[in-house]
Design a protein around this ligand. Structure first.
Ligand code: SF4
Length: 232
């Protein structure tokens, strides 16, 4: 696939006729099916406001959402703003999140980010990619998740589930999350783009799993090239 430069938030949709077909059906059909099955997809990370969502997303690197959700309720009960997190301090924060992978590094970055949010952003989580990516521990994927989940922007965070599902559905041959993100931003119909991240992620997490995809009961089996290839 020829890739065009795309910043993520400034999507330039192509003519519908140019959208690539997957398994003989249009990409629109894939998202129509997923969307009907799950009309209001949302993150499974628990949070109480935009700041705690940012903290939860920062904790979720190399960690399941369920694992993060076990650690965060007690933490957010005492620190649900950047000011309170800064006052809590790195050492006490570590105790709350010690069940989370890489917790020492994550604690350090959460405290650094909280200080910056307090000092430069009046305690608010910024809503632009540039500002988000300027925060310690916030890369492109985390910024995309916040832009999408907190601010409703039509962007495409790509994690391991979305990368795998995109390959299997023939939506992208990209090798890196950035390449897959660029492909998806070009081919997913505008109407589905805001929810596309969660639709693909949840499908990958519960149906199109890494080791044993449930093709037999998958609602996308009629339009999935991988499944069609497997048929005699
Ligand atoms: S048919 Fe199988 S490979 Fe295709 S999307 Fe469904 S679970 Fe994944």
């Amino acid at each position: 696939m020829t890739r065009k430069k795309n910043t993520g938030t400034e999507r330039k949709p192509e003519n519908e006729n140019s959208w690539r077909e997957a398994g003989g059906r249009t990409i629109s059909r894939i998202f129509e099916i997923l969307s009907k099955n799950c009309p209001e997809p949302k993150t499974e990370l628990e949070s109480v406001n935009t700041y705690t969502l940012l903290v939860a997303v920062m904790l979720s690197a190399q960690m399941t959402d369920k694992g993060v959700n076990k650690a965060t309720p007690e933490l957010f009960a005492v620190a649900d703003t950047p000011e309170k997190m800064t006052a809590l301090g790195e050492e006490k924060l570590r105790n709350y999140i010690k069940s989370v992978n890489l917790y020492p590094t994550k604690a350090k970055r959460i405290i650094e980010t909280s200080k910056i949010l307090t000092e430069r952003f009046k305690g608010q989580v910024p809503s632009t990619r540039e500002e988000l990516e300027s925060l310690p521990g916030v890369g492109r994927k985390t910024a995309n998740v916040i832009l999408n989940c907190a601010f409703g922007k039509p962007v495409m965070p790509v994690d391991t589930h979305i990368l795998r599902v995109s390959h299997r559905l023939g939506l992208s041959g990209g090798k890196t999350p950035k390449e897959v993100e660029e492909d998806l931003m070009k081919i997913i119909p505008e109407v589905y783009l805001k929810d596309a991240h969660h639709l693909l992620l949840l499908h990958g997490r519960y149906v199109c799993t890494a080791r044993s995809p449930k093709c037999g009961s998958c609602i996308l089996s009629p339009v999935c090239p991988k499944n069609l290839e497997a048929k005699p």
